[in-house]
Design a protein around this ligand. Structure first.
Ligand code: SF4
Ligand code: SF4
Length: 509
């Protein structure tokens, strides 16, 4: 069935997926070292629960979050913890983060699998297993899945399994659906159960024909398979929901507001592995592609495998390699060091020449052509956002909806003036966040000041009341004393009067 609606804007791009779907999914040979960054998409980084020099089994938990929302990390292979040290991580900042370096041993023992949960498992038990398995969203955002499910539980009626690739060149979800369709759907049923959703929809792009065939064959009557037009960015959550329902996710909200939860098909497969096969998240499918790699393909890679190992397993880089990108050409970022490891969010390693990803051209003035607005899938006015971002007008940027920009790059792609719009928007968002933080700090300072003023006034009033009380007591105490003195004098006076009259009588003859 085709999606009944469309999302606005978007681009028709050359998918370039055929070159990485020619081979079956290939397992990456076990690297000598795996690097597991301890940073988390949510909350504080996980803390290692093993020490340097310690031997670990494949599947053993090696780091846990102090924050219950931060999922644990498990060793993708057995071996020895060689170091817990700073290592370059796949992140736009290219900064090093604390990582656990594991020297692998192919002969090391593995943890036994957890017992399978049955199809009627309690939703809370399912969410607990998903958390224990360390599952984070495999679509690219890396958000902890159990936290997302806990937030959605009881609030959604529909689970959408998102099989629409987020960018051209990326084909790992396509290959996953071709090869593991039954596991994807099993994971989808478990996810729906974990949040109480009664309807399950698998959404994939219309040109993913082999995946469509595999999923349709594996689906029962309770699962709807819907194709969306192969138009970038069909894989964006908000765009997908709009294409499926015709409804726009309200600004600043999530699809759960409309009763819909989206989960990537890779995440669903990981949930099946955790709940039914009893295995934590230790591997993921990665697209290794581009015009500067000899033999592009989709690989099943252990988390922590260096990008360079995957590149080598795909035949190596070809002459002309200009840069390695994690993600696709539209939203991905350049990694400075090929030793950075695969993480749960690594859906693609794109080896690109300058022909595929040309260096930025000099920006020219905006000619107000409006092409950017036509391309925007979030119905924004990028040229206006650009003007106000240049001026640092954060309130106007917020009012114009910059917060809803998904940084898809469609506007910059079509801009004839080569204006690096995304850079302005990221900067504008950072300024908005700074302004929000400054407002929060100022608001808290104001609340603290007002609370202090109120406390001082209250204390002054209490002191005044105590003084009044003392005065009153003093007054009433003085009156009592006076009364006592008067009574004593009166008594004495009466006694004297009595004595004098007794004396008079005694003097009579
Ligand atoms: S596409 Fe570029 S030149 Fe045209 S209006 Fe947008 S920012 Fe200006
Ligand atoms: S990057 Fe933002 S403003 Fe530009 S097209 Fe995408 S959503 Fe619209």
């Amino acid at each position: 069935m085709n999606a009944p609606h469309r999302f606005p804007g978007g681009l028709t791009l050359e998918p370039n997926r055929a070159i990485s779907t020619r081979h079956p999914v290939t397992a990456v040979p076990l690297p000598g070292r795996l690097i597991l960054p301890l940073g988390a998409a949510l909350g504080a980084p996980a803390q290692p629960c093993v020490s340097e020099g310690e031997r670990v089994r494949a599947g053993q938990c090696v780091a846990e979050g102090e924050d219950p929302a931060v999922p644990p990390l498990h060793a993708p292979a057995g071996g020895r913890v060689a170091a817990i040290t700073a290592h370059p991580a796949p992140h736009p900042s290219n900064l090093a983060v604390t990582s656990l370096v594991l020297e692998t041993d192919p002969d090391a023992a593995a943890e036994p699998p957890w017992p399978a949960l049955d199809a009627g498992a309690d939703p809370a038990a399912l969410r607990a297993r998903i958390h224990a398995a360390g599952i984070t969203g495999l679509g690219g955002a890396g958000f902890p899945t159990a936290a997302k499910l806990a937030d959605a539980a009881g609030r959604v009626h529909t689970l959408v399994l998102n099989g629409a690739e987020c960018e051209p060149w990326i084909s790992c979800d396509d290959m996953l659906m071709r090869t593991r369709a039954a596991a994807v759907l099993s994971g989808g049923r478990l996810l729906a159960r974990a949040v109480g959703a009664g309807r399950i929809v698998v959404a994939l792009e219309a040109d993913a024909e082999a995946a469509l065939e595999a999923v349709t064959a594996a689906a029962d009557d309770a699962i709807e398979v819907i194709t969306v037009p192969a138009r970038y960015p069909a894989g964006g959550e908000r765009q997908l929901v709009q294409a499926l329902t015709g409804e726009e996710v309200p600004a600043g909200d999530l699809p759960t507001t409309l009763g819909i939860l989206c989960q990537n098909v890779g995440t669903a497969e990981a949930v099946h592995r955790a709940a039914i096969e009893g295995r934590p998240l230790t591997h993921r499918h990665v697209t290794v592609t581009g015009d500067a790699v000899a033999d592009p393909r989709v690989m099943l890679a252990p988390l922590g495998a260096p990008f360079s190992d995957l590149l080598a397993a795909a035949g190596g880089a070809t002459p002309g390699l200009d840069r390695l990108i994690m993600g696709g050409p539209m939203m991905g970022f350049t990694v400075a060091d090929p030793a950075v490891p695969v993480v749960a969010a690594t859906n693609c390693i794109l080896a690109a020449t300058t022909a595929l990803c040309p260096p930025p051209q000099p920006a020219l003035p905006c000619i107000r052509c409006g092409a950017c607005a036509d391309a925007c899938p979030a119905s924004l006015q990028p040229q206006q956002l650009y003007w106000h971002a240049r001026g640092g007008e954060v309130d106007t940027l917020a009012a114009l909806g910059l917060g809803d920009c998904i940084e898809c790059g469609a506007c910059a792609y079509v801009c004839p003036s080569h204006i690096p719009l995304i850079q302005y928007f990221r900067h504008g968002k950072a300024e908005m966040a700074d302004a929000r933080q400054a407002r929060t700090i100022a608001e808290r300072a104001r609340e603290r000041y007002e609370a202090r003023q109120a406390r001082l006034a209250r204390e002054a009033e209490e002191r005044r009341q105590r003084r009044e009380q003392k005065k009153a007591q003093a007054r009433s105490g003085g009156d009592a004393r006076k009364a006592a003195v008067a009574a004593a004098l009166e008594k004495r006076r009466r006694r004297r009067g009595t004595t004098e009259s007794d004396g008079d009588d005694g003097g009579r003859p």
